[in-house]
Design a protein around this ligand. Structure first.
Ligand code: ZN
Length: 480
């Protein structure tokens, strides 16, 4: 025990040596940095280190001399694979700054004033992954001013710097990436300033790019020399919802959060609702289902349509949409066209002008309330209409749609018969009339869809078919 105590009583020079030794290793890199700088003036140096995230410290070095100040912050992880490239970049910036300063001084033959400011911003992706955005701003004699930016995305679990090629699949093509990036530059002034050829060339290789993961975006940064802009660094936020298809399996679960996934689903639903551009020589058919939604038949029909990836049009009654708003909503959400078939299925040739107005217009509100979609096509009940109906439809931007194939499903109530009519009468451009209130119609649908898809028909909505059959006014349109 006594021996132990004795052994601690080292001579003071050993203690000083040990302290120096420890210091050299803990802030080894910064000492090396200071030693790298040979400058004629005395430089005062302050170093401060602060823990800012688990596993990441922020090192701050303030240097002051008569002719300059420099304020440098950089992250420090004790993982050599990460720290070394960061430190190298910082040293490079410092060296550039001193070179620039000396050169300016020599040219001007007088004392100059200069500042270097290296800043670090850290974006947390998860407990292990962080994106670090560093900027080096230098101002020499108030004239020579510029900023450079560098990014590092680090993985503290894998002990490495994450490259963009680690995240993206190989299918990311230069031109596609160019368009995607360009579309997200919101400032027109910058868009005009960019040298397109330079920009395109710069985007050819993922290795060239400065990038960071921030919130639900991948941010890309472009230094002026890379894209030909005058002075400022251009930051482009590309939402992950726009590039998720390029993210490979390893990073999918990290980058595509639940929130982003929901957003993607929403976007896909909206895209499904956007009309496709049809070719004039294509083979298209529009299946239409009237008088619903029905609580049993409509879901069965939706199920069959889904199996064939077929889109159809549902001429809903406003009253029924009010009664079964969830089913009406399901129709819309599954990418089908939601259309108007009046409020109560009144014969519009047998009611007053005022009643026509409410039948044609009130249903729009009722259907919209249930589905979130405002119908743009209207089918008069029993196919009965007059000029007043046309006027109201025109005023409310609804095209009047009739049919060209009547399956008579309401009359036959027989699946085989419905199948036979569809088979014998359908051709490209047909609008097929059925009703999603009869179970027999739901029974017939699988064989109808099988036949039509075997024949090479593509199932489209009325809205999609309209440009191929439409004239100048609201119709009526009967299909081919
Ligand atoms: Zn009807």
């Amino acid at each position: 025990m006594i021996k132990g105590v004795k052994s601690i009583k080292w001579p003071i020079w050993v203690v000083i040596f040990l302290m120096f030794f420890i210091l050299t290793f803990t802030i080894g890199k910064s000492i090396q940095a200071i030693q790298n700088i040979t400058y004629k003036e005395a430089i005062s140096v302050k170093i401060n280190s602060e823990q800012i995230e688990t596993g990441i410290k922020l090192q701050t070095e303030t240097k002051e001399a008569d002719s300059f100040t420099s304020f440098v912050t950089y992250p420090y992880t004790r993982i050599e694979e990460i720290d070394l490239p960061i430190r190298e970049w910082v040293l490079e910036q410092e060296k550039m700054f001193y070179d620039e300063m000396e050169q300016t001084e020599t040219t001007l033959e007088e004392n100059i004033e200069a500042h270097l400011n290296v800043q670090t911003e850290i974006f947390k992706v998860n407990d292990d992954i962080f994106s670090i955005v560093m900027t080096a701003e230098q101002l020499v004699d108030n004239v020579n001013e510029f900023t450079l930016l560098k990014t590092f995305t680090i993985d503290l679990d894998k002990n490495k710097i994450v490259e963009l090629v680690d995240i993206f699949t190989k299918e990311m093509k230069g031109n596609e990436f160019y368009l995607l990036t360009k579309d997200n530059i919101k400032d027109e002034k910058i868009t005009n300033e960019i040298d397109e050829d330079k920009f395109k060339e710069h985007l050819q290789s993922l290795h060239n790019l400065e990038w960071a993961i921030h919130k639900n975006n991948i941010n890309f940064y472009f230094n002026p020399s890379e894209i030909g802009t005058h002075n400022s660094i251009v930051e482009v936020e590309v939402p992950i919802t726009q590039i998720y298809k390029y993210i490979n399996d390893n990073y999918e679960s990290i980058l595509i959060t639940e929130e982003i996934e929901e957003e993607i689903e929403q976007i896909e639903r909206e895209q499904a609702l956007e009309p496709r551009d049809l070719q004039t020589n294509g083979k298209y058919i529009a299946l239409t289902f009237d008088d619903g939604p029905h609580e049993e038949v409509t879901p069965r029909i939706l199920e069959t349509l889904k199996e064939y990836d077929a889109k159809a049009t549902f001429y809903m009654l406003g009253k029924k949409a009010e009664t079964y708003p969830e089913i009406a909503k399901q129709v819309a959400d599954e990418g089908h066209e939601v259309a108007n078939h009046s409020v109560t299925h009144a014969n519009l040739n047998a009611v007053s002008g005022e009643r026509i107005r409410t039948e044609v217009l009130d249903s729009l509100t009722q259907i919209e309330k249930a589905t979130g979609v405002t119908p743009t096509t209207f089918r008069p009940p029993y196919g009965e209409f007059n000029q007043t109906v046309i006027d109201h439809a025109e005023d409310s931007n609804q095209s009047i749609i009739m049919w060209s194939v009547d399956t008579l499903d309401w009359k036959s109530r027989n699946a085989d018969s419905i199948y036979e009519v569809t088979k014998n009468q359908s051709r490209s451009g047909s609008i097929v009339l059925m009703h999603d209130i009869h179970p027999t119609t739901a029974d017939a649908l699988p064989q109808v869809l099988k036949y039509l898809s075997d024949e090479g028909f593509e199932f489209v909505t009325v809205q999609e078919l309209l440009p191929l059959i439409e004239g100048e006014d609201v119709g009526p349109y009967y299909g081919n």
